[in-house]
Design a protein around this ligand. Structure first.
Ligand code: AMP
Length: 357
């Protein structure tokens, strides 16, 4: 079967690497051939929303899916009913707008930080009064890895925040004093089967994921996360992998955002789970049975951001799995990651501490 993927970044590359052993064939669409996906499968080079390129990508494909979710539903309309598209353009549209995302969580009774839409300086002032300070002002669209965000600590920051981000649709959120950040990743197949991974515990610096440990074993949080994830999956009649990121506050989950795709915090599943998130995404969108999401031991995943370390010293370490996406170095760019899998959480944590040094 043939899978067409919009976006040829590292997520696309890892999807193809998971699907090739299953006999699947892949084709990507991206602005450049020099991309991680382009190293493992043919690529249509062009703009994501160019109708001719989308048709070329989808020709003979059984399903179209995404490594990058910021494509408009109207651009995808050119594919009509010619080919299945998973996840649905509706799920994509919600995930593209932080306000729609938070409103959906609210509609589904999934707790979130307090938030308000902001379209003027006056609304920002009002939001800081009703929600309080500190708070985070975020662009509603196209923000990722901490981009398009401004933390306001006092009234004096209102002008600065407005100057930095104003004149586009924004959302103001309460600044959450969380004890931990976790994400839940799960797959739902076209037939409605659902499989959910154990929670991942995530550490971000400057809005970018630095490292993840999993499974994060906490019965009540796992149950809450599964309940929330199932609601979102069913709401969209979703097919594929979906991720929700949460803040943990006093034993409760507050939803921060959702990603309608495989996720960086699930890279540990390649070596640390019975079936990787990438394989389960493919199984889900093709209507195949889902694989077990059970963890194999205790995993730690470290992102390489801005520079790739020398490979040899890492490869000398036992049970270390190195992934180099082959991207050129740039500040704050995710270039690769490594995962260690250990028999106990204590051993995993000790190794992670050494790696992070
Ligand atoms: P985001 O792009 O919304 O995922 O934000 C990136 C990171 O910024 C999050 O993982 C948090 O570490 C931090 N962050 C975002 N929103 C908030 C918030 N409302 N309160 C506290 N920290 C936040």
């Amino acid at each position: 079967m043939r899978v067409a993927i919009i976006g040829a970044g590292q997520l696309g590359q890892m999807l193809a690497l998971a699907g090739i052993p299953l006999g699947l064939q892949f084709r990507f669409l991206d602005r450049s051939a020099d991309t991680p996906g382009g190293r493992v499968a043919p690529i249509v080079v062009g703009e994501f929303e160019d109708p001719a390129k989308l048709l070329a990508l989808a020709a003979d494909a059984d399903v179209v899916t995404f490594d990058w979710e910021n494509i408009s539903a109207s651009a995808l309309a050119v594919l009509g009913n010619k080919v299945a598209i998973h996840p649905s353009p509706q799920a994509l549209a919600t995930s593209q707008d932080r306000l729609l995302e938070k409103q959906l969580f609210r509609q589904l009774n999934i707790p979130t930080p307090a938030f308000a839409a902001v379209d003027s300086r006056e609304q920002l002032r009002e939001a800081t009064r009703s929600i309080g300070l500190p708070g985070v002002l975020k662009t509603r669209r196209l923000g990722y890895d901490g981009k398009g965000q401004f933390v306001l600590r006092s009234e004096g920051d209102i002008g600065k925040a407005w100057k930095a981000l104003g004149a586009q649709p924004l959302i103001y959120e309460a600044f959450v004093k969380f004890t931990r950040e976790v994400s839940v990743i799960g797959a739902r197949s076209t037939g409605g089967e659902i499989a959910i991974y154990p929670l991942s515990a995530n550490v971000h610096h400057n809005g970018i994921l630095r490292h993840t440990t999993a499974p994060y074993s906490h019965r009540s949080l796992q149950q809450q996360a599964q309940r929330h994830l199932r609601r979102v999956l069913r709401h969209f009649d979703y097919a594929g992998v979906l991720t929700i990121e949460f803040f943990v506050v006093r034993g409760r989950l507050l939803a921060n955002e959702l990603a309608p795709r495989v996720h960086n915090s699930g890279h540990w599943t390649i070596e640390g789970a019975a079936t990787s998130q990438f394989e389960n995404h493919l199984r889900a969108i093709l209507g195949w049975p889902l694989g077990s999401t059970e963890a194999r031991g205790h995993s730690g995943m470290v992102n390489f951001i801005g520079t790739m370390p020398e490979a040899a010293p890492l490869l000398r370490q036992p049970n270390l799995h190195l992934h180099d996406y082959g991207k050129s170095p740039r500040a704050n760019r995710k270039l690769g990651h490594c995962t260690v899998v250990e028999r106990s959480a204590a051993r995993r944590d000790a190794r992670l501490r050494k790696l992070l040094k």
